[in-house]
Design a protein around this ligand. Structure first.
Ligand code: ADP
Ligand code: MG
Length: 721
């Protein structure tokens, strides 16, 4: 029968752990005390009242009230998944929060991570089949599971957390699960959100006209006083650093949270803050305390992430001011991670957001202004434990008139190719009619279908091809999975496997600020001038050749952690290749091999091509060279290792920093592009431009060759299927 809060509270206080039958540890009891203080914990009775009665519920509560850590445990006590071979799943929108929260909950339940409580993220499964009954996972991982098992049979309850973030995968999962709960009356669904506009979710999950029930966790936030700048700040990083130091000098004790946009910016700011704060402290330790500056971004190694929970440093003596901690974070700390002790928030008003322009088929990470809702979330971080202050580094007028109300859901601004392939593979035919919370622009859907068609994953009628079906098995973007599957034709699949791996892990290059020259010099030694993709291959191969030397990575300014991760990722991708009989072969001759690799790369990246214009180092990306597209002219990123400026290049990524750049570049020949994707290079639809004329010259030169080659290209595609 339905569990009651009374029963659960007694079980928690029991001496024996009900899941391991071991006595509870002292740490367990200590954590239980702090759990007892969480607002969600106080609401256990109300939670069960609603949860026991309904199949779908919406949970809303301020960040830090205990939703993510407590609700899945409540559900586990109710479902008793371990007694019926089921699992309770809770999704997160980021890898970092998934692993951190799983570790925390394993500690709370007094079990070993990976046993009763586990996590699953792309390329890393920390669960034990048959044992794990509470699983934290990224929304992307659950979406992939839905592709292979549309009924998600192993789950008794699915909790979609951070739904307010409206990531692409969570949005799609909502649509899929809304449908699934009708087919599976035994499956329960919880949508959790940190912002208070739950009505949209309630209506979306309405049952015969009645909105889904809401479980509202009362927040315990204190007042936060908000300050604006008088004038717009020309350099927000500079302004942010000044503000942090001002708080440190002049404000009462309490930790600071500063929001910046990405790793480089954060590391740079941390270095500058440390320098100045150390100066302040050393020159006058009696009136200024020490300042610990801690970065937080997704590619940070786990032990370093944990530092955000460290207490602030102590003052130099009992009578001098206490120390302070400043956490410099991406918007991870906006709603998904709670740092206790924050009293001051510094908010420049920007975050890095994925933006896709379907017209030019280009997705990029752009530093963009945040929404009002985000700004409010950020300010709220200051009022967790006592009244706080939020310093916004923009004017009140800009806040009122310039910021959007809500951040646009990712589905409205993302490349949908991956998702469309997943949906088609999950058997969802009508993408236009699919029940979206917010329907994406038909143009984005069309572009995604078109891209998958160019990659031959979908046929001309939009049906999944055999090739597309295998592509869907790889946890990769379609361009990369296509590249992997096509690579045996070029006799370089071992190498393409390595390159794909290196493109799927964080950047391997280290460039410490005081050793940039040395780092660049060693990088030059590993560089292959024909292309950055070949350089990545060379780095991995050299790493393997030197595996006996523990210091090799460090000595070469490479991240040993990323290289180990690459080993693991490569092994997993290799297993999928073997499962689908994608042959692993290599040409022996090195010169031929490099040529084959560059040629093979065109199979995946023919849509990411740039052509050199003039001799000023400018490149045009294809299909967007009309004046009205401001992003048309790009330059090779300074990190690029090419020793010449080839006429045609393919690139992995587009970034916009001081100017538009393309990154990770390889020199290719236009003939290869035409051979890989004859349908894509249909010049009739290209705007008149130097690039078009150049491609036309190539085609003319091929002259009578054109037809046989197109036919050969088609045949090639068939064998790939
Ligand atoms: P919500 O999901 O509502 O934002 P959480 O369940 O994530 O809240 O967090 C509740 C509380 O648990 C936090 O305020 C924090 O004090 C504590 N907590 C969570 N993770 C950790 C951790 N790794 N270390 C220490 N405390 C943590
Ligand atoms: Mg949470």
């Amino acid at each position: 029968r339905a569990v009651s809060a009374y029963q659960v509270r007694s079980a928690l206080k029991h001496d024996l752990n009900p899941f391991t039958k071991q006595p509870h540890t002292a740490q367990y009891k200590k954590i239980l005390e702090s759990r007892n203080k969480l607002p969600v914990f106080a609401q256990m009775t109300e939670f069960y009242k609603i949860f026991n009665k309904h199949q779908i519920i919406i949970v809303v509560g301020e960040t830090g009230t205990g939703k993510t850590t407590q609700i899945p445990q409540f559900v586990a006590y109710s479902d008793l998944p371990h007694t019926k071979n089921k699992i309770v799943a809770c999704t997160q929108t980021r890898r970092l929060t998934t692993t951190a929260v799983a570790q925390r909950v394993a500690d709370e339940m007094d079990v070993q991570l990976g046993q009763q409580v586990g996590y699953s993220i792309r390329f890393e499964d920390m669960t034990e089949p048959g044992t794990t009954f509470l699983k934290y996972m990224t929304d992307g991982t659950l979406l992939r599971e839905a592709m292979n098992d549309p009924d998600l049979t192993c789950y008794s309850t699915i909790i979609l957390d951070e739904a307010h973030e409206r990531t692409l995968a969570t949005d799609i999962l909502m649509g899929i699960l809304k449908n699934l709960v009708r087919r599976r009356p035994d499956l329960k669904l919880i949508i959790m959100s940190a912002t208070l506009d739950a009505l949209k979710f309630q209506k979306y999950f309405a049952v015969s006209g009645t909105p889904a029930p809401l479980f509202k966790v009362p927040g315990r936030t204190h007042h936060v006083e908000v300050f604006y700048t008088q004038e717009p700040e020309p350099d927000y990083v500079e302004a942010a650093i000044r503000t942090v130091l001002m708080i440190h000098r002049a404000e009462d004790p309490g930790d600071i949270l500063l929001f910046l946009t990405g790793e480089e910016e954060i590391e740079d700011a941390c270095r500058r803050i440390r320098l100045e704060a150390d100066d302040l402290f050393n020159s006058d330790p009696e009136s200024v305390g020490p300042l610990a500056c801690i970065p937080l971004y997704s590619s940070l190694p786990p032990q370093q992430q944990q530092r955000i929970f460290d207490p602030p440093p102590k003052g130099s003596s009992p009578d001098s001011p206490p120390g302070r901690k400043v956490v410099v974070s991406t918007n991870i700390a906006e709603s998904s991670l709670t740092i206790d002790g924050i009293v001051y928030v510094v908010d420049p008003g920007f975050s890095e957001q994925r933006v896709y322009n379907p017209r030019i088929r280009m997705e990029s990470l752009l530093v963009s202004p945040i929404s009002k809702a985000s700004a409010q979330q950020r300010a709220g971080r200051a009022g967790r434990t006592r009244p706080g202050k939020c310093f916004r580094l923009f004017t009140e007028k800009d806040f009122m008139s310039e910021l959007e109300e809500q951040t646009h859901p990712e589905i409205l601004r993302c490349n949908l190719a991956n998702t469309v392939l997943t949906l088609v593979k999950a058997g969802i035919k009508d993408l236009i009619e699919f029940d979206y919370l917010d329907t994406p622009a038909p143009e984005s859907l069309m572009r995604a279908l078109e891209l998958l068609n160019y990659l031959a994953a979908l046929d001309d009628d939009g049906n999944l091809t055999a090739l597309g079906s295998i592509m869907g098995e790889f946890p990769l973007d379609p361009q990369l999975s296509k590249l992997l599957i096509a690579s045996p034709e070029f006799k370089c699949s071992n190498e393409i496997l390595t390159i794909t791996t290196m493109l799927s892990v964080p950047s391997v290059w280290l460039r410490p600020l005081n050793q940039q020259k040395e780092a660049d010099a060693t990088k030059a030694l590993l560089t292959v001038p024909d292309g950055d993709h070949l350089t990545l291959l060379n780095v991995y191969n050299s790493y393997k050749e030197n595996s006996h030397n523990k210091n090799w990575a460090l000595n070469n300014y490479l991240s040993a952690r990323v290289l180990t991760e690459a080993d693991n990722v490569r092994e997993q991708l290799k297993r999928t290749m073997e499962r689908f009989e994608v042959e692993l072969i290599s040409v022996q001759d090195q010169k031929k091999l490099f040529l084959a690799i560059r040629q093979a790369l065109c199979c995946g990246f023919f849509m990411q091509v740039a052509h050199k214009e003039g001799d000023k180092g400018n490149y045009m990306t294809i299909k967007d060279n009309q004046a009205r597209y401001s992003l048309a002219v790009v330059a090779l990123h300074p990190s690029c290792g090419l020793d010449t400026q080839p006429e045609w290049v393919i690139f992995n990524e587009f970034t916009l920093t001081t100017r538009p750049y393309i990154r990770t570049i390889t020199d290719v020949r236009p003939d290869w592009l035409l051979e890989c994707a004859p349908c894509y290079f249909d010049l009739n639809h290209w705007p008149d431009s130097e690039t078009k004329r150049a491609m036309m010259r190539v085609m003319l030169k091929r002259g009578s060759m054109r037809f046989p080659i197109q036919a050969a290209g088609k045949k090639k595609r068939k064998t790939a299927r």
